[in-house]
Write a protein that binds this ligand. Structure first.
Ligand code: FEO
Length: 386
């Protein structure tokens, strides 16, 4: 695939993967992207996941026309991109490895060598000339590991963005939901904790003109780049992307779920533009997490369980707090048959989050819904919409 006259796509699609990074459900596979810049010197950017070496090398060789690569650039050391570095280095012993100091330290841990005789250490702001193409490097620590660099080709105005702007899904399987849905699930699952660092990267990039973004996952982006940059700005600043309410719940015998359905109806009646409902025991947890960050308001509904809260809700709130959840309005629905403590427990788990407003109205169900609960639900809906 042509990115520009001298830049080609040489990545691969993984259709067999079940869980990315051991936890994210992959209904449409995954792409491991890699690129080659053909110039007086040839630079390859990153390898691919371990099982795809032969396919990737075949893609590369087709573009090399018998030449040998001069540089392999390692933007990110996570094994979905770097696993084949040792094999590649054995196959092309004259090829220099271009990476940050921290990436070379990681190579020693992964491969038992830091390739001392092949190192070209790069720092923030360094440039590498390939001939016509000059690559400028920007450090991007914690987007998504500490060693990450992104690079920018000054000739074709192409940004090699590492994991940033990545998306779940193989490139040869159509995604009917478009870019944002799986890019958001990817972002909040994988990079979401590091909003400050993503903001720092966006600031560094704000002065350069970008025609094309080449991420390590997902499609190459070359149109309407403002759309993607704007979403990254909202996500990394923990802003509100969509006006509405997300209700995340667990329900043991269906009574909490009934309350959730009534709240959804009341919110819609009160004029809430969008209500997203997720059952934390049955729906994809990573989808629930992305929705929690997407909307400005969230209602958490669960039961008291072993003097605590139901396990899926506990996992959900732990995931949110670990990922830097902030800037939200939060309401609660609790259910308990004796000594209900769920609302109190959920609130205390979220108290460490910054800029949180808890609603005045809480729905307190004792076992099954009563008239007073309908009134509480109504009041909560009104408070959330006002
Ligand atoms: Fe795609 Fe953080 O690796």
């Amino acid at each position: 695939m042509f990115i520009s006259n001298d830049i080609r796509y040489i990545g691969v699609n993984d259709h067999d993967i079940d869980l990315f990074e051991g936890q994210y459900y992959m209904p449409r596979g995954m792409a491991y992207n890699s690129y080659v810049i053909i110039d007086e010197k040839i630079a390859v950017t990153d390898t691919v996941a371990e099982n795809f070496y032969d396919e990737w090398l075949g893609n590369l060789k087709k573009e090399l026309n018998g030449r040998n690569p001069d540089y392999i650039i390692v933007h990110h050391m996570e094994p979905d991109h770097s696993a084949n570095l040792l094999k590649f280095s054995d196959d092309y012993p004259g090829c220099k490895i271009v990476a940050s100091k921290q990436a070379f330290n990681m190579m020693k841990n992964f491969f038992g060598t830091d390739f001392a005789d092949k190192q070209l250490v790069i720092n923030d702001g360094d440039e590498l000339s390939l001939g016509k193409h000059n690559l400028k490097f920007f450090s991007a620590p914690m987007v998504h590991w500490p060693e990450v660099m992104v690079s920018y080709d000054l000739a074709d105005k192409v940004l090699f963005s590492a994991d940033a702007f990545g998306k779940f899904g193989a490139l040869d399987i159509e995604d009917p939901e478009g870019w944002a849905c799986e890019a958001r699930r990817y972002y909040f699952g994988i990079v979401g904790k590091f909003g400050v660092q993503v903001q720092a990267l966006l600031k560094k990039l704000s002065d350069i003109e970008i025609n094309t973004i080449c991420p390590l996952h997902g499609p190459v982006l070359n149109e309407d780049l403002g759309y993607y940059l704007n979403l990254y700005n909202i996500w990394s600043s923990y802003g509100v992307e969509t006006d509405g309410v997300v209700i995340a719940y667990t329900s043991v015998y269906g009574n909490t779920e009934k309350a959730v359905q009534i709240l959804k109806e009341k919110l819609i009646e009160a004029g809430c533009p969008k209500v997203a409902v997720t059952d934390l025991a049955r729906d994809d947890m990573a989808e629930a997490v992305e929705d929690a960050f997407r909307y400005g308001k969230i209602v958490l509904a669960t039961t008291t369980y072993n003097g605590e809260i139901f396990p899926f809700m506990k996992q959900f709130i732990d995931t949110l707090t670990e990922h830097g959840f902030k800037n939200k309005t939060i309401g609660f629905i609790e259910n308990g048959t004796w000594n209900p403590v769920a609302a109190k427990r959920m609130r205390s788990m979220l108290e460490e989050c910054k800029n949180i407003t808890f609603t005045e109205n809480t729905v307190k169900i004792f076992s099954a819904l009563k008239d007073e609960n309908i009134e509480q639900i109504n009041n909560l809906a009104k408070e959330l919409v006002k």
